[in-house]
Design a protein around this ligand. Structure first.
Ligand code: ATP
Ligand code: MG
Length: 355
């Protein structure tokens, strides 16, 4: 298989962890006889410094012509006082919108060696392995009107969805469930909201297209509770933009570590943008200390969702599990028991050796 990947290192540790992705992809290519080609482009603060804009035109063009995009992280104190159109984060929002990435996937998996670092009881989080599929380009964040009225004393935000916007995210979630344990939880507030009623109707309609997937509907308040009382109940969770924003941050505490969480932003075709959930970590940038595992797990998501290379992706995920259970850890990880502390390059090499 031949695929072209655009690498957007961005800022801070982004540049360090993206190299880890490339090393892992190179070994996958060698082992499985694939060809991956790369092009590196600027985004975020680096792009502001080099081109005067957080999303240069040629970065966007390169992404449009790629099979998938890997992104490190953007932002840092250097650009914190910039005017709003020259903020690194603007580059990230713009690229997601320009590329039409409406589905945000956040897998949350509790690694055994890290469970004790979660604020929740180990026996509760043990075995949790879920995927949140959040709608990313609709709902309250984009509804009109969104404004102040009566001299600023009244406000309105609008929660709007069209049938096709709901259908495409629901389809994406069913497809994800088919690749996992075939259980889908649709989260809504159908006892109150009209948008949720349509959402629920569409999930019910779609069920027959995916007969191998078991479906349940859970109200968002109950889902929020169940995520921390019984996280192993969940496989794939699909929900609208705001509910997904809240639930994915809530779910991230299950793992006990920010440096372990990957994400994917997808659309209807197989194209996707993959990035770690963590930021640019300016406090440790340039020191070779960054944990590359979230970026490496994001790379596995790319292989799975954009290139349909299940075996290759699974191999990477098992390698990550293996290095942790062998006791290797980066400075940000609080592992159980004795272990061996390693930096970015060493951690990457451990994964490469196992692939
Ligand atoms: P942002 O606004 O971009 O989300 P943030 O400050 O909220 O930035 P991060 O940049 O992710 O979040 O950093 C939060 C803390 O976690 C920092 O102390 C950082 O060093 C640490 N951290 C984040 N990612 C990693 C990583 N991959 N490896 C090691 N430490 C990390
Ligand atoms: Mg943050």
């Amino acid at each position: 298989m031949k695929k072209h990947v655009v690498l957007l290192p961005g800022d801070g540790i982004g540049a360090e962890v993206i190299q880890s992705s490339q090393k892992v992809l190179d070994v996958i290519a060698k082992e499985f006889n694939h060809t991956f080609t790369y092009a590196t482009h600027d985004i975020g603060g680096t792009a502001i410094d080099n081109h005067g804009t957080p999303l240069p035109e040629n970065t966007l063009e390169a992404c449009k012509n790629a099979d998938a995009v890997l992104l490190g992280a953007v932002g840092g104190p250097k650009w914190d006082n910039n005017p709003s159109h020259l903020r690194p984060e603007k580059g990230l929002l713009a690229i997601r919108k320009e590329l039409g990435l409406f589905a945000n996937l956040r897998p949350v998996k509790g690694f055994e060696k890290l469970l004790h670092a979660s604020p929740l009881k180990e026996e509760v989080v043990n075995g949790s392995d879920l995927l949140i599929v959040r709608e990313l380009t609709g709902g309250l964040y984009f509804g009109t009107p969104s404004e102040r009225r009566d001299n600023g004393n009244a406000v309105v935000d609008t929660l709007a969805y069209t049938r096709s916007e709901i259908e495409r995210i629901v389809d994406k979630a069913f497809q994800c469930a088919q690749l996992r344990r075939k259980h889908l939880t649709s989260v809504d507030k159908a006892n109150v909201l009209e948008s949720s009623k349509l959402w629920r109707e569409i999930v019910e309609e779609k069920k027959s297209e995916y007969p191998d997937v078991a479906v349940e509907h859970v109200l968002v308040d109950a889902a929020a509770m169940k995520l921390i009382t019984n996280p192993t109940h969940f496989d794939v969770v699909v929900t609208e933009n705001l509910f997904g924003d809240i639930l994915s941050d809530e779910a991230s505490v299950l793992t006990g570590s920010l440096g372990m969480l990957p994400s994917a932003s997808l659309r209807e075709d197989s194209f996707g943008l993959y990035e770690p959930v963590h930021g640019s970590a300016p406090d440790i940038a340039g020191q070779g200390l960054a944990n590359p595992l979230a970026m490496i797990l994001s790379t596995a998501l790319m292989l799975k969702h954009s290139f349909h290379l299940e075996d290759e992706a699974n191999l990477i995920e098992s390698a990550v599990e293996q290095v942790l259970s062998d006791g290797y850890y980066t400075a940000d990880l609080n592992i159980a028991g004795a272990g061996k502390k390693v930096g970015t390059e060493e951690m990457t090499q451990l994964i490469v050796d196992l692939v």
